[in-house]
Write a new protein. Structure first.
Length: 311
């Protein structure tokens, strides 16, 4: 594509995610853990508009408080653009404008969605045309959740979460999400999980080195049955997250008292995700939780991964 033919702006959109199942393996020698997770992309989106520029910059807007986000090279969206430029040999830059809807530090992969949408937008804007498979390979270098934000839908993630296998999912699941007014550090929650396992070593099974997603989880997703999924939802990070922030336990109790089939801390928290039986049940639950002065939004899943939007 010649410079004369290049578009002046590209709009890409990528979804946030929920981990409807997350099992964390034993602490490895390199200080990391392997995981086994069932991802579901949900209808909260990050919208990225990419404009030609000589250098790299990012700005944020939207319904989410973005005042604490980095605007320099440590930002994941800028890292994604710089990685693509480096790999493709592109010599220019990009100005990124991000309209955020996914909670910041909420365990829903908002930064990963930014990175995925940036890769797709810049690949189109710059005419580098790397293709989806190579973009997924680059995404894996940026973070465990970035490849899934490109893929979307429902998938099983293993290794660090970036080794993806699409999973069949029927129908639509209705989620009610309670957003916290604070964030939680993923490394801190993982460290607390290691301490939790040490404290309760006599009471719980040792963690597997190579965890896997339980078969009933995949059966529930394939059946599109929310009641079945509610029985098998699980997150190894929930106990340490609750230990660090007891307020999350109160939110879980409130949701389950008001009609949720099940509730779970999303990822490393602090967003709490409730599975509702249907759209009406989700609306009733949203009303009840809002009346208790929580910030609540509804979402559905699964939805598509990152894609180009025609403005």
């Amino acid at each position: 594509m010649t410079s004369l033919a290049r578009p002046r702006m590209i709009h890409a959109r990528a979804p946030g995610k929920l981990n409807v199942f997350l099992k964390v393996g034993a602490l490895l020698d390199d200080g990391y853990h392997d995981v086994a997770t069932a991802y579901q992309a949900v209808s909260l989106y990050e919208d990225i508009r990419a404009y030609p520029a000589d250098d790299f910059s990012v700005a944020f807007s939207g319904s989410i408080d973005t005042s604490g986000l980095a605007l320099d090279g440590s930002n994941l969206a800028i890292k994604a653009a710089q990685l693509l430029a480096r790999v493709s040999g592109y010599r220019g830059g990009v100005r990124l404008e991000v309209d955020k809807s996914v909670p910041v530090a909420g365990g829903m992969g908002g930064g990963s969605a930014d990175a995925a949408a940036t890769l797709l937008a810049c690949d189109t804007l710059w005419g580098t045309d790397l293709g989806r498979e190579e973009l997924i390979s680059l995404a894996a270098q940026l973070g465990a959740d970035v490849p899934f934000a490109l893929m979307g839908g429902t998938a099983v993630g293993t290794g660090r979460g970036d080794q993806l296998s699409p999973a069949l999912a029927k129908g639509q699941f209705h989620w009610v999400l309670v957003l916290a007014d604070f964030g939680m550090s993923t490394p801190t929650v993982y460290s607390e999980l290691d301490r939790h396992r040490e404290r309760h070593a006599l009471d719980i099974y040792p963690a597997e080195r190579v965890p896997s997603v339980d078969a009933p989880v995949l059966h529930a997703l394939r059946a599109g049955d929310p009641a079945m999924l509610a029985e098998v939802m699980h997150n190894d990070l929930q106990a340490p997250a609750l230990h660090l922030e007891s307020r999350l336990g109160q939110v879980l109790e409130l949701g389950e008292e008001n009609g949720a089939l099940a509730g779970m801390v999303s990822g490393s928290g602090p967003t709490v995700a409730f599975l509702a039986p249907d759209a009406d049940g989700a609306l009733d639950l949203q009303v009840a939780l809002s009346a208790a002065r929580h910030r609540v939004i509804r979402a559905t899943g699964p939805v598509h991964g990152a894609r180009i939007i025609s403005d």
